[in-house]
Design a protein around this ligand. Structure first.
Ligand SMILES: [Zn+2]
Length: 92
């Protein structure tokens, strides 16, 4: 399961993929603008609401890791300031 940290600064669309969102990533600066990519509030919500859901999705086989060179679908969930974004990324 992949997750991503996304910069929410206005005009900055930096995003980086991580294997999982961890507490030690709180306050990690955006390489473009220096804003925090993950706030404590974001992390708390992620752990309380999304991580259990991701675990369920994993069990149900809904979260498919992309395989290099093969067709695959990856689901990303992002939360910030009350806005949840769920995307499925097709191969390519
Ligand atoms: Zn940024």
């Amino acid at each position: 399961m992949s997750a991503f940290l996304q910069c929410d600064a206005h005009g900055c669309d930096h995003r980086e993929t991580v294997d999982e969102i961890r507490e030690d990533q709180i306050g990690r600066p955006c390489p473009n603008c220096g804003e925090s990519l993950l706030t404590r509030a974001d992390y708390d919500v992620y752990v309380a609401r999304f991580k259990p859901m991701l675990d369920v999705m994993k069990v149900l086989g809904l979260a498919v890791e992309p395989t290099p060179g093969a067709e695959g679908v990856r689901t990303s969930i992002h939360y910030h300031d009350g806005v949840t974004t769920i995307r499925e990324h097709g191969a390519g």
